[in-house]
Write a protein that binds this ligand. Structure first.
Ligand SMILES: Cc1cc2nc3c(=O)[nH]c(=O)nc-3n(C[C@H](O)[C@H](O)[C@H](O)COP(=O)(O)OP(=O)(O)OC[C@H]3O[C@@H](n4cnc5c(N)ncnc54)[C@H](O)[C@@H]3O)c2cc1C
Length: 406
């Protein structure tokens, strides 16, 4: 059956599930639902920008790591890696589906003081217990394996070469979207501008589209990325999520390294890694306020005054580099604890969050998409228990802190 074409007006007046936002999360959830034989409902995915130009998904650095401080985040990435490596099989061995690259050059978390080295050692124990390949390396051990670093100020690092590095997440996104549509999910170019609830305030009843249609919804999923607050406020629900700018720079080195550059997190907060034959560096701004939803202006002084001096100090071979591309993207930054907010609202039971992923949402999309689809289908999580990510903690302002945040 040919995939339905994208239209602006939905074909029906009512859907079992309406997903607000059709990027990585909207498409992950739509795909996991539509691929599950136990789910036989109708799905509408409403996406305001079919080019996805200004989404987090389009600006991502697309890396995955096992190095988290919370057990559940490690397990989420373990499933992420399994999904990436077995993508064809998860996609039903469809011969059109390509293999997905997972380039395991690892993350290298550098510590320049004993206190942070202690934190890394503790995290390494947690990760090792869960089967992750993280090892703590002294400066001498780092130098032996990666002689290009300048490590005079470095006490040690955590590094892991298994299932950690770059993955081709955009191909996963393309296929989730394509396959979900082929399995019957309807994607429309439109915008959700309002929602109504029932009298008791216990359920969303309808979503209103920019084009004027009012659509009845059995369940509504908020997958609207950095705009998550705008969506939830349509129901009077607040979320501690802000758009925060993150900068990415692609550069060429006159003398390229002879081996992969792990995703190196410098103590300054700048990170860098191999990017094909080039290199990628990224950082937050020094001041990190919430920005306007449409503010994607690049700050060119950051490269010249901050990023380049830091990377050239850490890797002296990067003294001679040429900037070849750069962009600013938005994190959906959870100001409470930089962790995801997942699952149903405490009172509006059919309003589901898929929000607040901050800088680690891409890698979490297989596990989170599966979990949210389980919740919608069965009313419970069947594989990983995502209750620590629930909205309850937002209401009680109880952070579920993740120490390993980039
Ligand atoms: C610079 C940068 C680097 C990153 N690096 C990594 C990384 O290395 N690893 C990692 O795991 N994660 C990374 N992330 C995070 C990751 O990219 C995001 O968590 C993920 O892409 C979020 O996907 P999303 O679908 O939730 O949001 P988005 O991609 O922003 O999608 C939200 C969608 O909702 C739509 N929408 C919003 N409101 C409405 C509405 N009212 N009606 C209809 N549509 C609506 C938007 O148009 C958009 O398409 C990075 C992010 C950035 C910005």
């Amino acid at each position: 059956m040919a995939a339905p074409t994208i239209t602006n007006i939905p074909s029906r007046k009512a859907y079992d599930v309406v997903i607000v936002g059709g990027a990585m999360y909207g498409s992950s959830i739509a795909w996991f639902l539509s691929a599950n034989p136990d789910f036989d409902g109708s799905i509408l995915v409403v996406e305001r920008d079919p080019t996805y130009e200004f989404t987090s998904t389009s600006h991502t650095n697309s890396c995955i790591r096992q190095q988290f401080s919370n057990e559940i985040n490690v397990r989420i990435s373990q499933f992420g890696a399994e999904f990436i490596k077995n993508f064809q099989s998860y996609m039903g061995d469809d011969p059109r589906v390509p293999e997905i690259t997972l380039q395991s050059f690892g993350y290298m978390y550098l510590a320049d003081n004993e206190a942070f080295a202690g934190t890394l050692r503790e995290a390494q124990k947690v990760q090792q217990t869960l089967g992750a390949g993280t090892r703590f390396m002294t400066a001498d051990e780092i130098k032996q394996d990666y002689p290009f670093y300048q490590l005079d100020d470095i006490v040690g690092a955590n590094h892991n070469l298994i299932d950690e590095g770059y993955f081709d997440g955009n191909t996963i996104f393309d296929w989730w979207r394509r396959s979900a549509r082929e399995k019957g999910a309807e994607y429309i170019t439109n915008e959700v501008v309002a929602m109504t609830m029932n009298r008791g305030g216990s359920a969303v009843e309808t979503v209103t589209l920019k084009s004027g249609e009012v659509i009845a919804a059995g369940t509504v999923v908020n997958a609207s990325g950095p705009r998550a607050v705008l969506t939830s406020r349509m129901l009077g629900i607040d979320l501690p999520i802000e758009p925060r700018k993150r900068y990415t720079f692609i550069f060429d080195a006159e003398q390229p390294l002879e081996q992969d550059l792990p995703l190196t997190i410098d103590p300054s907060g700048v990170h860098m890694r191999t990017e094909g034959k080039y290199y990628l560096a990224g950082c937050p701004p020094d001041e990190d306020p919430a920005v306007a939803y449409d503010d994607f202006i690049q700050d060119h002084s950051l490269w010249q005054e901050k990023v380049w001096p830091i990377i050239a100090t850490r890797v002296p071979q990067f003294e001679a580099v040429k900037l070849i591309n750069s962009w600013a993207g938005h994190y959906a930054f959870n100001t409470l604890d930089q962790n995801a907010i997942i699952g149903a609202h405490t009172k509006v039971k059919n309003f589901i969050f898929a929000n607040g992923f901050s800088g680690h949402g891409f890698q979490q999309s297989p596990a989170m998409g599966r979990g949210i689809s389980e919740w919608i289908t069965y009313g419970e999580y069947r594989n990983l228990d995502f209750s620590p990510f629930g909205y309850e903690r937002i209401e009680t302002e109880t952070p579920f802190l993740e120490k390993a945040v980039i």
